[in-house]
Design a protein. Sequence first.
Length: 170
Amino acid sequence: MINRTTCQVLIGADLMLFETGKPPNKHTKAMGELIRKAREEAGLSQEELAKKISRRRAAVSDMENGKVEFSAWVLPYLSSALKKPVGYFFPKGIIENIQEDSLTPLEQELLSNFRKMWDERVQRLALAQIKSIANLDVKAIIYDSIDIVENQKQLENDTIEYIKKRKKNQ
């Protein structure tokens, strides 16, 4: 059992402090605020969320108020019920630093710009475009282009030959 109220964790090059004392603490309160925000965005009452995650309404209230440290088994249920990724429920600085450390500079730039988009609908549109580009069959496009270029070249040669014949006949 940890007797200290804070725990130092090294994440990448950043040393972060997490409060690990008895709830409510900074960490559980921050997670609770994220749960409340997601629940409200989903238009659910505490009672409705409780039913979706097989908990009592009081348990949801305790989570939202940072009064409890809930188990990792609750996160997938929250994620599914509130339509948020699991990482959403971790306060800024905890999960983002872990994930972003493994990203290339281009991936970090893409993610940074994606987060700047003002509306989820715009984010979804951008994601759809990226998926379309990712699923593009480049080889098929190249092969089709080769056929088009060869056909165009043949038409040009035929046109040149036609012009030469007309010129000779004049």
